[in-house]
Design a protein around this ligand. Structure first.
Ligand code: HEM
Length: 119
């Protein structure tokens, strides 16, 4: 198992990469087939995986096992939504500042979950 700090850095760098990609996906020009630049989808994937590996490492380092407390379940739910976001963005042409703000608010929810540790 890697040190706690390594997992935390991976988790938070993953978060930054994921949001950089989502920002790009929400505002990027689409090609003739309505597809966003492939690099943004790859970047999103890298962010999603880094967050997951870091998050599970942090769970292990904190000795948190299944069944997870509610604060982890809420965060896992947020992760699924953020991981799936490229689909509705492409399918429904979602974009713009409002969606970006709502997604950014999820980080606030995640921090409150971590700090409050709701059982
Ligand atoms: C499968 C999903 C996830 C798991 C298993 C997970 C797990 C964790 C754990 C165990 C911690 C460390 C708590 C500690 O310091 O001891 C943590 C911290 C953190 N997580 Fe997650 N997380 C997940 C998803 C997310 C998501 C979706 C976000 C943001 C939208 C997020 C944002 C954060 C932040 C900002 C911290 C640092 C909070 C602080 O130190 O105050 N995480 N996560």
């Amino acid at each position: 198992m890697l040190p706690y700090e390594v997992y935390k850095v991976a988790h938070l760098v993953g978060l930054a990469v994921l949001f950089a990609a989502l920002g790009g996906l929400l505002f990027a020009a689409r090609d003739v087939d309505g597809k966003p630049p492939r690099a943004l989808l790859v970047l999103h994937g890298v962010g999603v995986v880094l967050m997951l590996v870091g998050g599970f490492g942090l769970l292990a380092r904190n000795g948190i096992q299944w069944p997870w407390p509610n604060w982890v379940l809420v965060k896992a739910g947020l992760w699924v939504v953020l991981a799936a976001m490229p689909w509705p963005i492409r399918k429904f042409g979602l974009g713009g500042a409002w969606i970006a703000l709502v997604l950014a608010a999820s980080v606030g929810v995640a921090v409150v979950m971590v700090r409050q540790r709701i059982p």
